[in-house]
Design a binder for this molecule. Structure first.
Ligand SMILES: Nc1ncnc2c1ncn2[C@@H]1O[C@H](COP(=O)(O)OP(=O)(O)OP(=O)(O)O)[C@@H](O)[C@H]1O
Ligand SMILES: [Mg+2]
Length: 453
C-alpha cells in the first residue's frame, strides 16, 4: 500500500463567494463539512474575513479576525464597524494588490486568504476527525483579471502560499469545472461527452470532457479532456450592473446640480463606481468625500437622492446594500419581476425591476460568456450535436438568461443541473480519492494539465 493511501481524500473549493470542503469516505460517498449559522447549518462557508479592534479594559486594543458566517454576524452586531473583506480570490492575479493596511498593520493578500482556509480546515478536521495536511483544490480556468499565463501562474502561486500559511503541507490543483464534472459523473451509469458550465461569483468556467464508469474503468487519459475555457465574469459582475443601473440612479447618479448658469452632474461619477464593489464603500467615508456630497446636496435639483447617498456612506451600509442587490437578483431568477427593497434608518428605497430589464443590463457579460462557450466548442472541434449532456452548476447558473444560452445551443432536454454550491468540492474529493487509490491516472497527472486558457 502506498503511503499516500493513508491520507484522507479531501477536496477544497475556495470560492469567490462561498467555499466548501469535502471528504471522500469510500464507495463514491462524500461527507461535507457543515457550518453553523444563525439560520441553521450550511455546507457552504462564506468566503469573507472580518477584522475588528477589540478593546480590553487594560492594554492596547488588539485586532481580532473572524471568517465565514461568524464574520458576518460579528460585523452586523458591531457598534463600531471593522473591515469586512470579500471576493479575495478575485485579487489573486493582481500584482498591484499585494495586501492592505487595517488598523495600522499591513496584511498580505496571502495572509488574508489563509485565515479563511485555516478556519475551513479547522471546522473540517473537527467534523471529519482527522488532521488535514493535503488536499485537492479547485481553481478557475481563468482567474478574474488574469490576462496572461504569467498572471495565472502568479495567482496559483499566491493561492498555494495561502494554503501553506494555513498549515497545509501540499496541495494539488484541478480546474473547477473538471471537478464539477466528476461530481456529475458519479450519477452516471454510462459514458458521456459532457460540457460543464460552472457559474460562480467571480468566474464562469467551462470544460468539455468524456466521463462515466467506462472511462474510470479503462483509466483516464489526458485526451478525455477536450478543452477548458473561462472568463472572469459572473455573479459579482451581475451585482455591479444592478448597482449601476438600479441603485446608483436612485442615489443621484443621473441627477444634476445648478452651478452658476450651468447644469452639471451633481456628484462625480467615480463616487458611484465605488458603490459597485460594496466593500469599497467604506473608503468613501472621508472628510473630502463628505464635503463634495454636502455641497452637491445644496445645489442638487433632486437633493433627496444625494441625501440618501450621504446616509448610505455615513452609516457604512455597503454590506446591507449588497445583500439587497443579491436578494433582488435571486428573486429575478424565480419571477419575471421583483422589487428592490432597501430600508435602513432614514433610507427607504423601493424600486420595481423586471427580469428583461436585468437581462438588458447584463447583456455585455452574457455575450462575453457566450463567446467563451463557442470558442471552446470551436477550438476543440466538437459540434454542439456531439455533446451528450450539459451540466450547469454554481450559484449564477440559476440566472435564467444563463441557462437559456445552453437551451438555444443544445436544447432543454440535454441540460442537467445541480449541486450548485457543492459540486466542485464533491468532485474534488472523489478525484482526490481516485488519485490516492491510483485506479486510473497515477497521482500528479491531473487532467487539468491540458489547460487551454
Ligand atoms: N438564485 C440565484 N440567482 C442568481 N444568482 C444567484 C442565485 N443564488 C446564488 N447566486 C449567485 O451565485 C454566486 C455565488 O455562486 P458560487 O457559490 O457558485 O460562487 P463561488 O464558487 O464562490 O465563486 P467562483 O466559482 O467564481 O470562485 C453569487 O454571485 C450569488 O449572488
Ligand atoms: Mg465556484
Amino acid at each position: 500500500m502506498q503511503k499516500t493511501q493513508n491520507r484522507p481524500a479531501v477536496g477544497i473549493d475556495f470560492g469567490t463567494t462561498n467555499s466548501s470542503i469535502a471528504l471522500a469516505t469510500g464507495d463514491s460517498q462524500v461527507q461535507f463539512a457543515s457550518f453553523p449559522t444563525s439560520g441553521g447549518n450550511t455546507l457552504s462557508f462564506r468566503s469573507v474575513l472580518y477584522l475588528e479592534q477589540v478593546r480590553k479594559a487594560e492594554g492596547a486594543p488588539r485586532t481580532h479576525s473572524s471568517t465565514g458566517p461568524t464574520a458576518i454576524e460579528r460585523y452586523l452586531e458591531a457598534e463600531e464597524k471593522g473591515r469586512l473583506i470579500q471576493s479575495l480570490k478575485s485579487y489573486l492575479p493582481s500584482r498591484t494588490l499585494t495586501g492592505t493596511e487595517v488598523f495600522g498593520r499591513r496584511y498580505m493578500l496571502e495572509d488574508l486568504v489563509s485565515r479563511i482556509l485555516s478556519d475551513l480546515r479547522g471546522h473540517a478536521e473537527r467534523q471529519f476527525g482527522t488532521p488535514i495536511r493535503h488536499a485537492l483544490v479547485g481553481r478557475p480556468v481563468r482567474f478574474v483579471g488574469a490576462e496572461t499565463e504569467e498572471d495565472d501562474a502568479y495567482a496559483v502561486a499566491r493561492l498555494r502560499d495561502a494554503f501553506t500559511i494555513a498549515g497545509f503541507e501540499s496541495v494539488d490543483f484541478e480546474m473547477e469545472p473538471v471537478a464539477a464534472a466528476y461530481s456529475y459523473e458519479s450519477t452516471l451509469d454510462h459514458d458521456e461527452l459532457i460540457l460543464i458550465g460552472d457559474f460562480g461569483g467571480g468566474t464562469s468556467d467551462f470544460s468539455l470532457l468524456q466521463v462515466g464508469p467506462g472511462v474510470r474503468r479503462r483509466g483516464r487519459t489526458p485526451q478525455d479532456l477536450l478543452g477548458n475555457s473561462g472568463v472572469g465574469l459572473a455573479g459579482d459582475a451581475f451585482d455591479a450592473r444592478i448597482v449601476r443601473k438600479l441603485v446608483s440612479p436612485a442615489l443621484g447618479a443621473d441627477s444634476h446640480a445648478r452651478s452658476l448658469n450651468k447644469i452639471l452632474p451633481a456628484v462625480p461619477a467615480w463616487i458611484y463606481a465605488n458603490l459597485e464593489r460594496w466593500h469599497y464603500l467604506s473608503f468613501l467615508r472621508t472628510r473630502s468625500v463628505m464635503e463634495i456630497l454636502k455641497s452637491a446636496r445644496m445645489r442638487a435639483l433632486e437633493p433627496e437622492k444625494i441625501e440618501a447617498l450621504i446616509a448610505l456612506i455615513e452609516d457604512d451600509l455597503g454590506y446591507q446594500l449588497h445583500q439587497a442587490v443579491q436578494r433582488v437578483k435571486c428573486e429575478l431568477s424565480r419571477y419575471p419581476s421583483a422589487e428592490f427593497c432597501f430600508r435602513d434608518g432614514s433610507l427607504n428605497l423601493h424600486i420595481s425591476v423586471t427580469r428583461s430589464e436585468f437581462e438588458a443590463w447584463i447583456a455585455d457579460e452574457l455575450r462575453a460568456i457566450e463567446r467563451c462557450i463557442d470558442s471552446l466548442l470551436e477550438s476543440s472541434g466538437v459540434g454542439s450535436r456531439e455533446v451528450d449532456r450539459v451540466f450547469l452548476t454554481g450559484g449564477s447558473s440559476f440566472v435564467p438568461a444563463v441557462r437559456r444560452m445552453f437551451a438555444t445551443r443544445f436544447g432543454e432536454d440535454r441540460i442537467r443541473s445541480g449541486g450548485e454550491f457543492t459540486s466542485v468540492a464533491h468532485g474534488l474529493a472523489l478525484r482526490a480519492e481516485e488519485v490516492l487509490m491510483n485506479v486510473s491516472c497515477p497521482a500528479g497527472t491531473p487532467l487539468a494539465s491540458s489547460t487551454n486558457l
